[in-house]
Design a binder for this molecule. Structure first.
Ligand code: SAH
Ligand code: SF4
Length: 395
């Protein structure tokens, strides 16, 4: 198969200021916002205060119109609206699953589309956020990986996904009222949508900083989970510069199988990945790493795999998340039988690890893990082509 080299972010990210258009305030870091306000004539002494006030209007109150920012002077508001804009990606369509899962198809600058999924659960709600249009990696079981078109999302487009979901949920806190995380409809974020977040590191970091900032969206860093396929050199940076929880798409217990399922393994193999993971909890001061493991019939689901998995992760504070394979048209794999998944989970559980089996959500609207692919890119490869690229015999 052709291992696609990661495209660097410099090439792929659209500039914040498109041509001569006004600068979008959404997604600017505190420092960038302060700089932009100063450049627009805000006296240096006031810059910090104005930036704080703006953040509160944008991220705590959900205000989109400068005229509603009543603690700013009228002429200052006029200056802001001439110089800046407050823009979110456009929601093209919304589907609601029988189980309450909501999937949004969102259009970003350039006409590209990404998907965002909201999963309501007892006492919490998780938003599955995309970090790229498509993915440069080509994991053979993942629908996003078959999408050819790729571009990094800007920080604004990543934060914008959280904001548009809050719009749809009607969840902007009232002034002076800061609901506890437990009562929020959107209480958790997982970077498990389209794309490899660690190949868009800076934008993902800036967006998550806004999500975690007490004056921003104000979610605890323990309620944000970044999932990576194993971009080893960026794992320590994730701990140091973001500090959120980490999940890793492990999916296999030998390099031979992982090379086929998660081809980035050819670049950084299981041993190198485990070394980086061992250092993560201490660096980020977080508890456990989630090992994601997709259950593929007769590929990675034997008792021997389960025992090997337990051995490999020994010494790493871990939780193993078993994901029954979510099928998509043309996929070269099948989901493991339920009895097999249970037996696998049992071995892990007996070894002392939590091994929840992830209940597929939103399958009826193709919103489950690994099924995301934008409508514009729906044209799919043939089953034969996918199998060939995965290095498998046709099934
Ligand atoms: N690119 C990142 C995050 C997005 S994928 C990563 O790979 O970790 C989120 C999770 O869904 C990953 O663990 C991924 O391996 C898994 N996944 C992808 N396709 C899937 C499918 N068809 N069925 C079940 N899980 C899948
Ligand atoms: Fe990309 Fe993750 Fe899908 Fe692999 S599983 S192709 S890294 S989105």
């Amino acid at each position: 198969m052709t291992a696609t080299a990661p495209i660097t972010q410099d090439v792929m990210t659209l500039p914040r200021k498109l041509a001569d258009g006004p600068v979008n305030l959404i997604g600017l870091t505190r420092a960038q916002l302060a700089e932009a306000l100063q450049a627009a004539g805000t006296p240096e002494k006031q810059v910090k205060m104005r930036a704080n006030q703006l953040w509160q209007w944008l991220y705590q109150k959900g205000v989109r119109d400068f005229d509603e920012m009543t603690n700013l002077a009228k002429d200052y508001r006029a200056m802001l609206s001439e110089t800046f804009t407050i823009a979110l990606p456009e929601v093209v369509s919304k589907h609601v699953s029988e189980d309450g899962t909501r999937k949004y198809l969102v259009r970003i600058a350039g006409g590209h589309e990404v998907e965002v999924v909201y999963i309501p659960e007892e006492g919490r709600g998780t938003l599955c956020v995309s970090s790229q249009v498509g993915c440069t990696l080509t994991c053979s079981f993942c629908h996003t990986g078959t999408q050819k078109l790729v571009r990094n999302l800007t920080a604004g487009e990543i934060v914008g996904q959280i904001m548009l979901a809050r719009d749809d949920l009607g969840e902007w806190p009232q002034p002076g009222r800061h609901p506890k995380d437990e009562t929020r409809l959107l209480s958790n974020i997982v970077l498990m949508g389209m794309g490899e977040p660690l190949y868009n590191f800076d934008n993902v970091r800036d967006a998550m900083k806004i999500a975690m900032d007490p004056e921003g969206i104000s979610l605890s860093r323990r309620r944000i989970t970044l999932s990576t396929s194993g971009v080893v050199p960026e794992i320590a940076r994730t701990a140091e510069e973001i500090g959120c929880l980490l999940a890793v798409s492990f999916h296999a217990t030998t390099d031979e199988v992982r090379d086929k399922l998660v081809p980035i393994n050819k670049r950084w193999n299981i041993a190198e990945l485990l070394d980086a993971l061992k250092a993560y909890p201490k660096l980020s001061n977080s508890e456990r790493i989630t090992f994601e493991y997709v259950m593929l019939k007769d590929v990675n689901d034997s008792d021997a795999d389960a025992s090997r998995l337990v051995k490999l992760i020994k010494g790493i504070p871990a939780k193993i998340n078993l994901i029954p394979f979510n099928e998509w048209p043309g996929a070269p794999y099948e989901r493991s039988d339920w009895a097999r998944i249970k037996a696998f989970a049992d071995i892990i559980y007996k070894a002392g690890y939590a091994s929840p089996i992830r209940t597929p959500r939103g399958e009826d609207i193709m919103a489950a893990c690994g099924q995301l692919k934008s409508a514009t890119e729906r044209a799919r490869k043939s089953r034969k082509q996918i199998a060939a690229e995965a290095g498998l015999a046709e099934q």
